[in-house]
Design a protein around this ligand. Structure first.
Ligand code: LMR
Length: 330
């Protein structure tokens, strides 16, 4: 009788200990391939987070829109169905934080150094703060790269864009950018772009080489113009209630993992994009097009309209602070 009681007690204790030790799950959903800067950084964050919390946290990374597409992932984060995302900075306006579209202003950044003056400076911090009333915390900025413009005709002169249907992310600044060139912008989820290009639903698109190459978009686009006309990068965001509800020691460990994953992301971004471009070139599937200084100046001049038209939308204060940080001259 006594033994039976002891055994039962032992079982209860084991059960309770196991229940206590059940790991905290962080679902991290994203839309790109694993071998992109964001994909690799997400996997690296998982590794560090699990190591540094000694398995008390388990990070489940879902790449390639496996779990959610662009729009759904934002909703899922707010509802708590996923805990962590790293959406492109161009995708925050539907959340009600239009100010992030400052990053979409064409030709605002000439280099990663100029970009970091914004992401790692006061403007970057101010923007992340704006997420809090939405139940979201911004933890970090992760770099990707400078965009190329692809189509089935060589896009060199501004006139080459006329009537071209171009896929864009859900950003009004990108909408203005395409319209300023005479193109017809079309918002579409990232997961649908390859097929839309293949079937001719759209004629072209813009993305950093890492995204173009890993989605094989270059196989269904005849020309890729090396324009560096804009930047695409990410903010890593978490559900605020979830994050603030974590035990303090766990949160500290995760913050240190995020710090190192951020450094990793920003260290690999340029190299990944350079390699992706080399891959596009080697594939022979699409031809790389370069712009002369005059052609580039003409793009910049035309696209300046996207700056003027969106000053009020983004907020003149933020735009001017970004100009001051990067030295952009309209
Ligand atoms: C896109 O939709 O083109 C990008 O935001 C995809 C990504 O996350 O890099």
């Amino acid at each position: 009788m006594k033994l039976k009681l002891l055994l039962t007690l032992a079982m209860v204790v084991t059960f309770a200990t196991n229940a206590l030790a059940a790991p905290i799950i962080i679902k991290f959903s994203h839309v790109v391939a694993q071998n992109t800067p964001k994909g690799q950084a997400a996997d690296y964050f998982k590794k560090l987070a699990e190591e540094r919390t000694k398995g008390r946290v388990k990070v489940e990374v879902y790449p390639n829109s496996q779990l959610y597409k662009d729009k759904e992932e934002m909703e899922a984060l707010q509802l708590g169905a996923v805990q962590m995302l790293a959406p492109a900075l161009s995708k925050f306006a539907p959340l009600g934080v239009k100010e992030f579209e400052v990053f979409d202003l064409p030709f605002l950044f000439d280099s990663y150094q100029e970009l970091h003056k914004v992401t790692q400076g006061p403007v970057g911090a101010k923007l992340l703060k704006k997420l809090e009333p939405k139940g979201i915390l911004g933890l970090a900025y992760w770099d990707n790269g400078f965009k190329v413009m692809s189509a089935n005709k060589p896009l060199k002169a501004v006139a080459d864009f006329r009537g071209q249907k171009m896929r864009i992310q859900s950003s009004k600044v990108l909408d203005s950018e395409m319209r300023s060139m005479g193109a017809i912008p079309q918002v579409m989820a990232f997961s649908e772009v390859y097929q839309a290009l293949q079937t001719g639903v759209v004629n072209g698109t813009e993305n950093p080489p890492s995204n173009l190459y890993t989605q094989k978009m270059h196989e269904v686009q005849k020309y890729v113009t090396l324009s560096d006309h804009g930047y695409l990068g990410y903010a890593v965001i978490v559900n605020k209630k979830f994050w603030q509800g974590l035990p303090a020691d766990i949160r500290t460990a995760l913050e240190s993992a995020m710090k190192d994953a951020t450094k990793f992301a920003n260290d690999v971004a340029k190299k990944d994009n350079d390699e992706a471009l080399a891959g596009v070139k080697k594939s022979g599937k699409s031809q790389l097009v370069t712009l002369t200084a005059q052609e580039k100046a003409a793009w910049k001049k035309a696209m300046d309209k996207a700056h003027k038209d969106n000053m009020g939308r983004i907020g003149a204060d933020i735009v001017k602070e970004a100009y001051a940080a990067t030295g952009y001259k309209p």
